[in-house]
Design a protein around this ligand. Sequence first.
Ligand code: FE2
Length: 358
Amino acid sequence: MLLYMPTKVYSEQGCVEKHAQELASLGSKAMIVTGKHSSGKNGSLSDVTGALENQHVPYVIYDDIEENPSVETVMKARELAISEKTDFVIGIGGGSPLDASKAIALMAANPEKDSTVLYDCNEALPYFPVACVPTTCGTGSEVTPFAILTRHEKRTKKSISHKMYPALALLDGKYLKTASRECLVNTSVDALAHLVESYLNTNSNELNRIYSRQGMYAWAEFKDRLKDDALTEEDYGKMLHASMIAGMAITHTSTSLPHGLSYPVTYELGVPHGRAVGMFLGGYVEQYEDQKEAAKVMEYLGFPNAREFHAYLKDLLGEVKVPEELLEADAAAVMDNPAKLKNYPFAITKEDLIRMAN
Ligand SMILES: [Fe+2]
């Protein structure tokens, strides 16, 4: 059994300001990687630039990261990182900018390499330090070694082959305040799926379940107010906390079938990641072969049984219509993916997978 979590985490109000010195000490010039609008609106971008200015550390901003960032975007940002001679990266935002910041830190530290090393490389490459400031509560990318990019040539999304842990994660619940309800729902369901899929996973054990169990307790605390659209300021901190712990959980176990089934739904239909995963999650727990284990998950999350849990998710996410042919092809692709199948501890058929859909 192994437990390894090298990212230093501060989870508290005002943490960017409080730990400005530590943030600035990661290098001599920062590249800030973010999306177009939200980091400006929620105050995270000005907190980070203010912290760097106070510490007299120069920076450049790349704010053109799209949803589900592509390899092409990473390479474009890398050009700026190299020409501006930056030597550390600060990702601000949801999973997209955070994942992109890791891939950019890798490519910028290896200017002689082309993008093929992101996926086809057995060699451990050096990378610049990465700090992450999450402003959504889903991926937990601020503590995971994963960086999921869209590969247009393969028509899917996949994590790069390099394991890259951020050096520093700064979590302040106030950045969730301006997020839309849809964003909060979708991302927190993603975190929920990370917790459940990590716990009910071939790779889970008593040591790494410290994370998934604790994260489920945290999720249970705000679940009713999330459904009723009655979240409090305190809940925002809890939601970030739960998604960060969920990130630690999947770092040790990886995800399972709901995530495997969700990727084509996102790629082909544009359904947001958390919503796409959520449409398979209730069915996954209801059909999980060891119902004793599934019952423990329900207990940690505060649901009387898997049926209620499934109904809660349907209510929260609404119906997602997936064409039958896509579902068929999707299930067939998972059946052909030994890496994903092995995380489910039991035998499964294509029909079982299709039945997991809402
Ligand atoms: Fe996810």
